[in-house]
Design a protein around this ligand. Structure first.
Ligand code: HEM
Length: 182
């Protein structure tokens, strides 16, 4: 191994399982949204997504160090500091989620929960047109944030010369000799 590079465990197994199951359930729900024939599949994917988000909200308090919300709360000071560092061409490096990525993560959890809850209400014939509108806005909003999230992962991997997708699969990152911001 190269000197000055230290392997570090970042994502615990439940966080990784949560992530890829969330991707699968969101993709399934999104792709089956318009089909009457696949309505049951859509509903099951939605319930799965809701269950995963509830699990993640709990795991944010008791999970591994970098999976805890306290590790990546995107306070305005942290987000502004991170954005400034990007503009200055010296991006701050975070071992866990960076503050901009963390904003997208909280948006995904919030929109995912809203989408699943409003979808359940529509399925149970509650809330009428308002609930149908909310379900559509939350789901499409989630898709938009997913696109931003994936773009952010690609840009951040390039800026820091690290493979973030591989880290979300294996749980490990290689840390160079440096003092990360968080
Ligand atoms: C194939 C497409 C995707 C890839 C490659 C991907 C990759 C990643 C990576 C690398 C991270 C860690 C970011 C970091 O290091 O800070 C992450 C986190 C996250 N991603 Fe994705 N993602 C994808 C799709 C999605 C989708 C579709 C959703 C939501 C439906 C999603 C929700 C999340 C969430 C909530 C986290 C935070 C994980 C946690 O702390 O529990 N991702 N993603």
């Amino acid at each position: 191994m190269q000197t000055g590079i230290k392997p570090i465990r970042v994502w615990d197994l439940p966080t990784r399982l949560f992530h890829w199951s969330l991707v699968a359930s969101f993709a399934t729900a999104f792709l089956t949204a318009e089909s009457e024939k696949l309505r049951d599949v859509h509903v099951i994917a939605g319930y799965t997504l809701a269950g995963l988000i509830v699990f993640r909200l709990l795991w944010g308090f008791v999970g591994g160090a970098h999976s805890r919300f306290a590790d990546f709360l995107p306070t305005p000071r942290k987000v502004i500091g991170y954005l400034k560092s990007l503009i200055n061409g010296e991006p701050q490096h975070y071992v866990g989620h960076n503050p901009a990525g963390a904003l997208a993560i909280f948006a995904l959890l919030g929109l995912g929960f809203t989408s699943a809850a409003s979808g359940w209400a529509v399925y149970e014939d509650m809330g009428g047109q308002f609930m149908e509108g909310l379900h559509e806005v939350a789901s499409n909003g989630m898709m938009a944030v997913v696109v931003i999230h994936i773009a952010g992962v690609i840009v951040s991997s390039w800026l820091h010369r690290e493979n973030l997708v591989l880290a979300m699969i294996t749980g490990w990152k290689k840390l160079r000799n440096e003092n990360p911001a968080g």
